[in-house]
Design a protein around this ligand. Structure first.
Ligand SMILES: [Zn+2]
Length: 101
């Protein structure tokens, strides 16, 4: 298997997984629930990771993820309260639950 993404922000990992799977690239999240086990395992093993089931998809997956970073989604908005970036379909901030208006 091949790790394509590491981030301590599970939201980022989950979004990348959704995008890849929409394109037929099967992947899985490791350490998804690791924060609850913090203290029992070393912190570097607690960072959520996105893994491809098939390594041959890696170049394609990495290109898709690179494009994702470059182009913010249409309609994405920054929270007026905490400045987090939210996806267009959400009416409230994922981070602080403030409304987009
Ligand atoms: Zn917010």
């Amino acid at each position: 298997m091949h790790c394509v993404l590491r981030s301590d922000d599970l939201f980022v990992i989950q979004r990348a997984k959704d995008v890849l799977e929409a394109k037929g690239i099967t992947c899985l999240i490791k350490n998804q629930f690791a924060s609850g086990a913090m203290g029992e395992i070393p912190p570097q093993d607690c960072i959520p990771e996105l893994w491809l089931l098939d390594e041959s998809w890696a170049p394609r997956a990495e290109r898709i993820l690179a494009e994702l970073d470059e182009r913010p989604q249409q309609g994405a908005w920054h929270c007026p309260q905490c400045r987090e970036l939210n996806e267009a379909q959400f009416a409230i901030c994922w981070n602080c639950q403030d409304s987009r208006d």
